[in-house]
Design a protein around this ligand. Structure first.
Ligand SMILES: [Zn+2]
Length: 81
């Protein structure tokens, strides 16, 4: 289970069951989150930590790509000569 997004209504939770995927919204993160469809639970602290980490990684990844683009431009000029 993981937090997919944070919206004005609360948190969008994504539940990965073995065969299905459930999406539901919770207004606030209590001590634990329970999927209304399959009843599986997860600790809100774990979900929040994972959510923050993924957001941070995404930003770092974008910065790295920008640096690579600059290097590619130089390589292209050198290769054409
Ligand atoms: Zn579920």
């Amino acid at each position: 289970m993981q937090i997919d997004d944070k919206i004005t209504e609360g948190y969008v939770i994504l539940c990965h069951n073995k065969t299905e995927e459930h999406v539901f919204i919770v207004r606030t993160l209590g001590p634990a989150v329970e999927c209304p469809k399959c009843g599986s639970t997860a600790l809100s602290g774990d979900l929040a930590t994972d959510f923050v980490r993924r957001k941070r990684n995404g930003r770092n990844g974008a910065n790295g790509a920008n640096g690579a683009n600059g290097a590619n431009g130089q390589d292209r000029t050198a290769a054409s000569s």
